[in-house]
Every structure is written in C-alpha cells, then in structure tokens.
Design a protein around this ligand. Structure first.
Ligand code: GUN
Length: 292
C-alpha cells in the first residue's frame, strides 16, 4: 500500500476561496468586513513570521487585520490593558494573542482576558470548557485544521481509535476533545508515555504534535492508518515533521507531508474562525452569507 498524500496546501486554498466568497457577500451587503486583531509580544522571529503570514492571508480574503506589536519587556498589566480596549471596541471581531508569550507574562491571565465572543483561538477557559462539554464553539486553529483534513479526505472518525501525541494547550488537548466530540476513541500520549510505538500501532488515526523530528517510524504505524503530522521543527534551515515520511508512506492509508500539510490549514482556519465570530457578533445577518 502507498498512502494517499493529504495536500494541506490545496485544501487550504479551497477553503480560502470559500472564505473569500463569504467575506465578499458581507461587504456586498453593505456591512463592514470582519476584523482580526493580533497581539505580538516580543521579538521572536518565528512568531513575527507567523503573524506576518496571518496578516497577508487576511488581506487576500478581505478580512481587515491589525497587528499590535509590543516590546519583549511588556508587563501582564500592560497586555491586559490592551486586551481590555480591544474587548470594548465594536470594530474588533476577533482577537489573537500570539503564543508563546515572554516568560514574565502570566499566560493564564492573558487567555482569560480575551473576551469569549472575540476569542479566535478558543483558548479562553470558557470556550475551552464549552468545547469539552461537546458544544460547537470556536476551537484552536491547528486542531480545527486537522479535523478538516480528515473530513475532506472522508477518513472515518466515528468509532475510530485515535492517538494524539502531545498534550499542549494549543494543539494536543483541544484536538483530543474535537476527536472525542466526533465519536473517536481517543488516547493522548506524551513524553512520559510508556511503549509509545506499541500504543501508536493501535491507532486508526495517529496525530503527532510532539516537535520531535522523525520520531514516528514504520514501527509506529498500523497498516492503512491515517497519519497527520503537526510537528514542525527547523533543522538545518528546513522544516521537519515528527513523521519519517519515506518510512511511513508505504504503510499508512493517508499521510500529511511537512511542509504543505497541516501548516497551511492553521492559517485558513484562523480566517474561518474570524468569519464565524464576526457573524456571531451580528456584523452580518445570516441571510447575507451562504453557509458552507
Ligand atoms: N503560536 C503558534 N501557533 C499559534 C496559534 O495557532 N495561536 C496562537 N495564539 N499562537 C500560536
């Protein structure tokens, strides 16, 4: 068997076209375009690059975006003050605080301070909790992107055995909840899990977000399984995933590459989440926007 390669770049392009059409419908109906405000704190080059690509993607689909760049020395109080202003501003539909934050900032306080109705990452504990209750709320963009890849390739999720590697707030945990809500039987594995390879071999759906290049070899994969690689680690100026692509390709049923796999989906899910929040805020009447 050779796995079907899941082309995240082309799926993301299709979704981007859908979002573009929906934003155009809002504007054609005489309403203002949805708006996303991104808070970037510090000068981590990778975060700055991510934020630039988010801004470019917004521009492509007609979403208004603004980046608030704050120095690395910003205090929690200063960041909370900015969030307070964005929460109060009716022209702001969606707010994203780029993670990781500098060490002196209280991340929990910051995530709690993003208004539930503007929380484009679904990281406010209220949204996180509602997701865990099985409610259909905005969820973190990378997990949403993984679910979309499964859906667009008709990978059976209901009843499937899923193993998620990694338990981060941003990816592993919300992804496990989304899979559970879609009726998968989910195990979350992590750096302390014993006999990882044997556990992974039980998975119909194996999703790795460990950030350990090449960790997932042929001995981790059940024949025919769907393997989604969220890991992106820069090695010698190249992006490397957690999956040993060449070793797994002949065994898996579906496989995402790195790059062109999950990465492009994260950004397009951000666009879709922004649109969803703008709609919920009443920027548009639902009648003005075709539902997808
Ligand atoms: N840092 C890397 N990816 C993300 C993301 O999806 N959201 C936020 N807020 N920070 C990130």
């Amino acid at each position: 068997m050779t796995a079907t390669i899941i082309d995240g770049k082309s799926i993301a392009a299709t979704i981007e076209d859908e979002v573009t059409a929906q934003v155009a419908a809002i504007v054609d109906a005489g309403r203002r375009a949805p708006s996303l405000h991104v808070v970037l704190c510090g000068d981590d080059p990778a975060s700055a690059a991510y934020v630039r690509s988010k801004g470019k993607a917004c521009a492509r689909v007609g979403i208004t975006s603004q980046t608030h760049a704050l120095p690395a020395t910003t205090t929690t109080a200063e960041l909370l003050e900015l969030l307070g202003r964005l929460n109060q501003d009716d022209t702001v539909d969606a707010v994203l605080v780029q993670l990781p934050l500098p060490g002196q900032i209280d991340q929990d306080a910051v995530l709690l301070a993003v208004a539930v109705a503007k929380d484009v990452d679904g990281l406010n504990p209220t949204n996180y909790g509602m997701l865990a209750q099985g409610r259909d709320v905005v969820a973190s963009c990378t997990p949403r992107g993984c679910m979309e890849l499964l859906a667009r390739h008709h990978v059976p999720v209901s009843g499937a055995r899923a193993v998620v590697l990694g338990r981060s707030v941003l990816v592993g945990r919300p992804l496990a909840v989304l899979l559970t809500n879609a009726n998968a039987t989910v195990t979350v594995a992590h750096s302390k899990t014993r006999d990882l390879a044997a556990l992974c071999r039980e998975a119909d759906i194996l999703i790795s977000a460990m950030g350990r290049p090449g960790l997932i070899g042929a001995d981790f994969v059940k024949p025919g399984a769907c393997v989604i690689d969220v890991g992106t680690t820069r090695v010698d100026d190249r992006l490397r995933g957690d999956v040993d692509f060449d070793a797994v390709l002949p065994i898996a049923g579906w496989l995402t590459p790195v790059p062109r796999g999950v990465g492009p989906m994260t950004i397009v899910m951000l666009l879709r989440n922004t649109l969803m929040l703008a709609r919920a805020a009443g920027v548009v009447t639902t009648a003005a926007v075709p539902t997808s």
